[in-house]
Design a protein. Structure first.
Length: 128
């Protein structure tokens, strides 16, 4: 079997040895009040890239890659030149059942870190 949290393999009938449940504490969704486990940075980054590839044309993707390659500021991602990539990241996290904002319209601190780390992973490795 494979751990749904860390991806490590383990024997059927046993628990993953990585102890992911302790490493990734549950987060309570502020809107629904359900407890959700956060996906990994890699999972969010992968979903984000999948959605960008869905929403951008091949020509736009090529241009984003070209512009990102020459961009010296690693915070800048040129996907924003073609769409509101924040909405795309919002959708990516929503795909894991995570409501990004609480009832007061503020972003949960752990979700904010996940958002930023996933974005950085995509940008740093030019995964688009």
């Amino acid at each position: 079997m494979k751990c749904r949290i860390c991806g490590m393999k383990y024997r059927a009938g046993r628990e993953c040895a990585c102890n992911c449940a302790v490493l990734r504490p549950p987060v309570i969704d502020e809107v629904s009040k359900f407890v959700v486990r956060l996906p990994t940075v890699e999972q969010v980054a992968s979903k984000f890239v999948e959605l960008l590839r869905r929403d951008l044309t091949e020509e736009e993707l090529i241009e984003v890659r070209r512009l990102n390659k020459v961009e010296t500021d690693m915070v800048v991602c040129h996907s924003h030149d073609f769409l509101d990539a924040n909405m795309t990241m919002d959708e990516a996290l929503g795909g894991f059942g995570i409501s990004i904002f609480n009832a007061d319209g503020e972003m949960n601190e752990e979700v904010s870190k996940l958002w930023n780390d996933a974005w950085s992973l995509v940008r740093r490795n030019n995964l688009i």
